[in-house]
Ligand binder design. Sequence first.
Ligand SMILES: *Cc1c(COP(=O)(O)O)cnc(C)c1O
Length: 503
Amino acid sequence: MRSSPLYLEPRLEPPLRSLLAERDLLHTLTDALGSPLNLLLPEQIADNLARFRAVYRKHRLTGRIHFAHKANRSSALVRRLAATDAGLDVASLAELQHVLGAGCPPERIMATGPKNREYLWLAARTGATVHLDSRAELDALARLVRAHALPPVPVMPRLSGFRAPGTTVLTRPSRFGTDVAELDGLLDALERHRDAVETTGVAYHLDTTGVPEKAVALETCVTVLNECRRRGLNPRTIDIGGGFGVSYLADAAQWERYTSELTDAVLGRRPALTWQGHGYGLRAESGRLRGALGLYPAHRPVAAEAYLDELLSTPAPTLGRPLGTLLLENLYDLAVEPGRALADQCGATLARVLEVRQTPAGERLVRLEMNARDVGLEEHGVLMDPLPVPRPGAPATPDGSEGPDSPAGPVGVYLIGNLCLETDLITRRTVFLPRLPAPGDLLAFANTAGYLMDFSAGSALRHPVARKVAAYRQDGAWRWRLDEQYWPVDVTAGAEHRGDGHA
Ligand SMILES: *Cc1c(COP(=O)(O)O)cnc(C)c1O
């Protein structure tokens, strides 16, 4: 495997870059707390929030920016956000309890997702806003409110099935929300339940990167709010959900070259780039390429708050004016629920190298003290190289020797996990590293805070779930606490609040 390395270097902003350069600290932490280990940067999520807020200001819009909690289980991130004006989008009873316990006031909480009775109850009891998934959920909520004589609960029906100005359904079908074709029935029900619920807005969340689809949905919501007002309901907010995306890679050219070489490999025009010729959705049929690349677009020229800016600057498909202007003219608030984008650059996952060996077929395997669920790169289709963190004091070449079996230069390897399963590959692609790692080194997977570090993590084989450490800078140095020990106050210097950022 001596073809020229196809690197996919992660995009690193200064805080994450600086933390990952702390070799001694990273090794000390992993020695003490085990591998894998998740790092979180709570200050970064506050910075990301501020960037979204700047786009609101640019378009002179008001409304809440919610973090979609499901992207990460961390307490530190949620507690840091509780100290800002951010909202929290929760999708389960446990997430709701978590954000309430972190100090987030109910008026800043949006309860989304499929709900059981207990989840509905706690949302209603505390006064969180309920994203209504269906008519049935509205009826259940209204019964609960009446049975327990609760104050009216703020609700936002979630809509789906938006249609473009023609007649074709433009948005992909969704399991969630009420189809706009059934809007009349829904609005009738909201009017009927006015004693129990207060309609404060409407919402959607489209799992797509396409701006045109979202433009249709947003414009439709403006007309729906106008219709609500005509009926004497008084909603003000349009919640456009999440899906703003992240650009994971530093270099667009690396991504383009990688995907085109992957295509060539699938067509047999170059040596394989993946375990057993896996094609990430692509396959060759009699010399022709079939299928579609099922990967996250890891390099994105426009992502996160820039994507919101682009959407707000896009002309409304029917009315023609920019969507941001349309919201402003109608004095509607804009709510957003970014998960991945607010978690951008907020974390990394460390894993220890246990073993490096070569198969009879010449493939180099690097076995890590983690498994594929501890870093969901494959599951989420994110292709991004880990950064080697050599053990401090280790010789420049892995075993101190030079020779064909221990190349000091770039090398292609497969990263395998600890699950005793043939399928437990951390990633099914050949990963090119600047040199062969040695047992005891760490590999740092950057930018894993959004879904990658703990969405799927379990405890198969009784392997412990990775611990989390919140890292922050204080007095010019990196400090850390266990995630559950982190609060956004300086616990070491009297009771004084740190305010909006650590000194
Ligand atoms: C998952 C989810 C989000 C967050 O999506 P991202 O792609 O992470 O921004 C927002 N809203 C709802 C309702 C969701 O289910």
